[in-house]
Ligand binder design. Structure first.
Ligand SMILES: Nc1ncnc2c1ncn2[C@@H]1O[C@H](COP(=O)(O)OP(=O)(O)OP(=O)(O)O)[C@@H](O)[C@H]1O
Ligand SMILES: [Mg+2]
Length: 291
């Protein structure tokens, strides 16, 4: 499964930090710890089992994730919500393979995760575009060492830029486009590699409310088009319910799963419907409790 490194994976690895984490997650609604995990793992493309992660901070051990277990099925969209500092980014980094020091196990497509792989794409909390490269060049950078011909790269980049609705801006530089457009470029840069797992860390956190709504719809459309298994970390409960097949509610100190809520609503979801509001309020009550 390992493909050649690209400039993007080098960038990712530059952000890889220290060893020594652990996390654990849970799977079915209302379950905690690793209950029913082996059953859930059987059909899972991603199985996070009993993961715990401890950092050393000022000479003291800080356990950030504790016994986190979660099994994710092919094509599933998982949303993760939780208060600041509860270990969400840490968890995504472990799944991405940016940090391989933890207790427990993370298995992707039957193999233990060890290091980054181009089939697990990560969109960071901030877009991290290169200001001296155009939109097109930023997206193409991910394919630099892919082994594809220049023609194939051009076609893929063009298609991906179209998919995120930026066709007219391929030659623009990051300072010439808005924050929302920059986030779309970052998503295009992750998707152009055709990852089988898309990890999104608060990708819309810096956007205004209206742009955010639009981006959520676009992400939903992309997910339906591409069918990529996705994990979205967000502080926005409505966003989590709008996009997720399941919403994982985390609690902090140490970061662990409080509850997993199924969102059994047809798509596209109507935010004003009674069913949507009910699930949102349900998740929100947990979220408020833990913040
Ligand atoms: N490299 C590190 N060394 C020491 N502590 C770290 C390191 N990275 C993260 N932490 C600690 O781990 C905890 C969880 O951090 P993390 O970034 O995963 O939180 P988060 O849930 O993503 O928060 P936010 O919602 O604010 O992005 C925090 O207490 C943070 O200080
Ligand atoms: Mg974070």
């Amino acid at each position: 499964m390992s493909r050649p490194k690209t400039a993007l994976s080098v960038i990712n690895e530059a952000h890889a930090d220290h060893p020594g984490d652990g996390l654990t997650s849970v799977r079915s609604s209302g379950l905690r710890g690793g209950q029913h995990l082996s059953l859930a793992s059987a059909s899972a493309v991603l199985a996070v089992e009993g993961v715990s992660k401890t950092f050393q901070l000022n000479g003291k051990a800080l356990t950030v994730l504790s016994d986190f277990s979660l099994a994710v099925s092919k094509g599933e969209f998982i949303s993760i919500v939780g208060s600041s500092g509860c270990g969400k980014s840490t968890l995504l980094r472990l799944i991405a393979g940016l940090d391989s020091s933890y207790d427990g196990s993370i298995v992707w497509l039957g193999e233990q995760v060890s290091g980054t792989s181009l089939d697990r794409g990560l969109v960071f909390q901030e877009h991290r575009l290169f200001p001296w490269l155009t939109v097109e060049q930023n997206v193409a950078l991910a394919l630099e060492s892919s082994g594809l011909t220049q023609q194939e790269i051009d076609a893929r980049v063009k298609h991906q830029i179209e998919l995120v609705g930026l066709s007219g801006f391929a030659q623009a530089y990051p300072h010439q486009i808005s924050g929302g457009m920059s986030q779309r470029v970052a998503i295009a840069r992750a998707l152009v590699l055709k990852p089988r797992l898309l990890l999104l860390d608060e990708p819309f956190g810096a956007l205004d409310a209206l742009t955010r709504l639009k981006m959520q719809q676009e992400l939903q459309r992309l997910w339906e088009t591409e069918g990529t298994t996705s994990i979205l970390v967000t502080h926005d409960v409505e966003e989590a319910v709008f996009l997720g097949d399941r919403v994982v509610v985390m609690e902090a100190n140490p970061g662990r799963i409080k509850r997993v809520v199924d969102v059994d609503l047809p798509r596209p979801r109507h935010r004003t419907s009674a069913e949507f509001q009910h699930i949102k309020d349900d998740v929100l009550s947990d979220f408020i409790e833990i913040s």
